[in-house]
Every structure is written in structure tokens, then in C-alpha cells.
Design a protein around this ligand. Sequence first.
Ligand SMILES: Nc1ncnc2c1ncn2[C@@H]1O[C@H](COP(=O)(O)OP(=O)(O)OP(=O)(O)O)[C@@H](O)[C@H]1O
Ligand SMILES: [Mg+2]
Length: 149
Amino acid sequence: MMRPSGQAPATSLPIGSDADLAWVRQQVRQYAAQLGFGLVQQTKLVTAASELARNTLVHGGGGQAEITALDDGRSRGLRMRFTDQGPGIRDLELAMTDGYTTGGGLGLGLSGAKRLVHEFHVDTEPGRGTTVTAVAWVTQVPSSRPGAG
Ligand SMILES: Nc1ncnc2c1ncn2[C@@H]1O[C@H](COP(=O)(O)OP(=O)(O)OP(=O)(O)O)[C@@H](O)[C@H]1O
Ligand SMILES: [Mg+2]
């Protein structure tokens, strides 16, 4: 199968119910395992996906998750993108603050998810919606190579 260089196919998943959230978590876990993420990193990715997908459902009124396997030739990674056409976030800096919530949650979803990945970007516009993109790269544990050193 031909693929655009450096990028495997993406999966797009609907986010409209709690069952969808469970499926997104499961798909992220499966992608992460296949890409070679360790168990701790897998769990971090699933936790981040869970929070971001829940925001898409609860605050954004539903939307889509897109999961893409990345390979830049040196590292493998996973990109997760959560999109909705909801109300958007008026004050992003405030929304990213630990403990800030408009919905009676803990207010740790966005800020916590950011800490669990390597790259994090929020694109939002009041009245138009929100897209949150999170990327993590497989970090190799340094191993002692025979012949090295
Ligand atoms: N997709 C979104 N659309 C609109 N507003 C959002 C979206 N995601 C986050 N927000 C806003 O940012 C705030 C902070 O989000 P965050 O996930 O940190 O906390 P929370 O969802 O309120 O609580 P929890 O700790 O349960 O996640 C939300 O209360 C909401 O106002
Ligand atoms: Mg949240």
C-alpha cells in the first residue's frame, strides 16, 4: 500500500456519546501500542485523549477525534486531534489554568492533557468551535549497545 511519506493513514472517530469516548480510548491505546510506546506512555496518551475527548463531548457538544500515526524518519509518534463546532473558548489562557472550569469539573483536563504529551496546540474561536491537537513521540530508553563506548 502506498502511503504519503512519513505518515500512516489517519482514523477519524465520532464523539457523540460516552460509548464513543470508550472507543476513542481503546483506539488510542491500540495505536500507541502498535507504534511502540511503552506502557507508561500509552497510559499517558489514553488519559490525555480521554480528557480532550470528554471536553469535545461536554463543552463542544460533540465532534470528531482524528488519530494519526507519525513517522518523520527518526521517530515514531502519535497525533490526536479533537474537533468540535461548539461555542469555542473565549479566554484560552484562563481555560488552560489548573483548576479553571466553567462546568463544575476539576478544571484539570486541558492543563493536565498538555503535561502528558510533547506538543500541544489549541485552535479556538468563539462561536465557531475548538480544535485541540496533541502529539507524543516514542521516547527510546537509552540502551547499552554492544560495541558502543
Ligand atoms: N472543546 C471545548 N469547547 C469549549 N470550551 C472548552 C472546550 N474544552 C475546554 N473548554 C473550556 O475550558 C475549561 C477548562 O477545561 P478543562 O478540561 O481543563 O476543565 P473541565 O472540563 O471544566 O473539568 P475537568 O477537570 O473535569 O476536565 C472548561 O471548563 C471549558 O470552559
Ligand atoms: Mg475537561
